[in-house]
Write a protein that binds this ligand. Structure first.
Ligand code: NAP
Length: 374
């Protein structure tokens, strides 16, 4: 099955935390039962990926040496004997959330974070250590989500590389589904001007919600409103600038009436900002909060307790979320073709420039990827 796969490949390797990333020739991963070898067509780069590997971001830990990376899109190049659905050559989304088969709570983020359980650390170090910044990668069978290439690329007109943007959209979809966002509800997304926050606005609109986007950058908020409402009758994105004053921002949110839910994507650098406290204070009784970022949560406890506020931490999404999201994408619920995303693509050799651009080219509808194929 895997006979056309070369024995050596190019990959971006991290020898140890804080050391330089190197483009190296390494052995191509071998096919094993329960795994798939994927030829990588595109792989996303996080805005903060450099900080993950130089140690400056603090929250992360991976075994070294390893091939770095995260989620990818590619073609099935090697199939195990226990595959029942996938076919060789098929386009798949390769997800970075790897779960223990005998303990799904032992999960880690491929080549990004080893997770907190001894089982997840063992699984990452011993089995799925290497990531997607390479020509080929090995992934668990269940992490390869089939994509209908004819529908997505021919009928809807998405270039394959642009489909990589689903990795960003999926994060907020996981959070919004986790707190049961319903069509017609109003959700605050904060902050909304970054990669995952901007994507959260687009996803909430596709789910039929009214969105109130909070952010410091008013120019970016205006761009976000225009992009997220474009071509969608009934779509509604309101904006509230983060003023730095908790009460002012609470009043600005309350002016829009009942608020049902909040999606938080606060980066560690903004943990002291008061935007989440304002959003929680503006929530209705029994409102829900999805905590996907890292805020300092000294929220107004009387309001949280007195109003039965539900606050749920959420890491990523489930396989069920991914399958449902792909259906939404294939039905055409997101902007079509070129309006979907502004992709900046780099070869593996250009890794330094790529990581720099990824830190700057952020916000709704922007992504930076590696295209490892020569
Ligand atoms: N739970 C999960 O599964 C999950 C998954 C992925 C990511 N995340 C988390 O999501 C967070 C956001 O990631 P990202 O890629 O979207 O980051 P990003 O593109 O760098 O965006 C950062 C956002 O934070 C805002 N911000 C920065 N400093 C601020 C401050 N002092 N006060 C208020 N706002 C501030 C930025 O606003 P400006 O535009 O004004 O700079 C921007 O909206 C990350 O911390 C990451 O850990 C969680």
């Amino acid at each position: 099955m895997a006979s056309k796969i070369p024995t050596q490949q190019r990959a971006l390797v991290l020898q140890k935390f804080g050391s330089d990333i190197q483009l190296q020739h390494v052995p191509t991963p071998q096919l094993e039962l329960g795994t798939v070898i994927v030829r990588v067509s595109a792989t996303t780069i996080l805005s903060y990926q450099r900080g993950v590997y130089d140690g400056s971001r603090g929250l992360y830990g991976v075994p070294t040496p390893l091939v770095i990376g995260i989620s990818a899109i590619g073609r099935v190049a090697g199939l195990p004997a226990d595959a029942t659905l996938l076919e060789e050559g098929q386009l798949v989304y390769v997800d970075c959330v790897v779960r223990g088969r005998d303990d799904p709570s032992a999960l880690f983020l491929s080549a990004i974070h080893a997770g907190s359980k001894s089982g997840s650390k063992k699984l990452m170090a011993d089995v799925y250590r290497d990531g997607s910044f390479a020509e080929y990668m090995r992934a668990p069978l269940e992490n390869c989500i089939p994509l209908d290439e004819t529908r997505l690329c021919k009928t809807l007109g998405y270039p394959i590389h642009d489909l990589m943007y689903m990795s960003c959209l999926l994060v907020s979809f996981g959070g919004l589904r986790d707190i049961g966002l319903e069509p017609g509800e109003t959700v605050v997304v904060s902050p909304a001007t970054g990669n995952f926050g901007g994507a959260g606005v687009l996803v909430a609109v596709a789910m039929g919600a009214r969105v109130i986007a909070m952010g410091r950058n008013t120019t970016e908020l205006a761009r976000l409103k225009e992009l997220a409402e474009r071509g969608k009758p009934g779509a509604c994105v309101e904006t509230v600038p983060i003023s730095g004053d908790e009460e002012t921002d609470t009043a600005a949110l309350k002016a829009f009436g009942t608020i049902d839910a909040v999606l938080d994507l606060t980066p560690p650098i903004a943990s002291k900002s008061t935007h989440l406290k304002s959003a929680i204070s503006a929530l209705r009784h029994s409102g829900r909060v999805s905590l996907m970022g890292f805020p300092d949560l000294s929220a107004s406890m009387w309001h949280v307790v007195g109003s039965n506020i539900v606050m749920k931490g959420k890491l990523m999404y489930s396989r069920e979320d991914m399958l449902l999201f792909v259906k939404m994408l294939e039905r055409g619920l997101f902007p079509k073709a070129q309006e979907f995303v502004d992709t900046k693509a780099f070869a593996l050799e250009q890794w330094e420039e790529a990581l720099d651009v990824a830190a700057r080219h952020t916000g709704l509808g922007r992504q930076v990827i590696f295209v490892p194929e020569k």
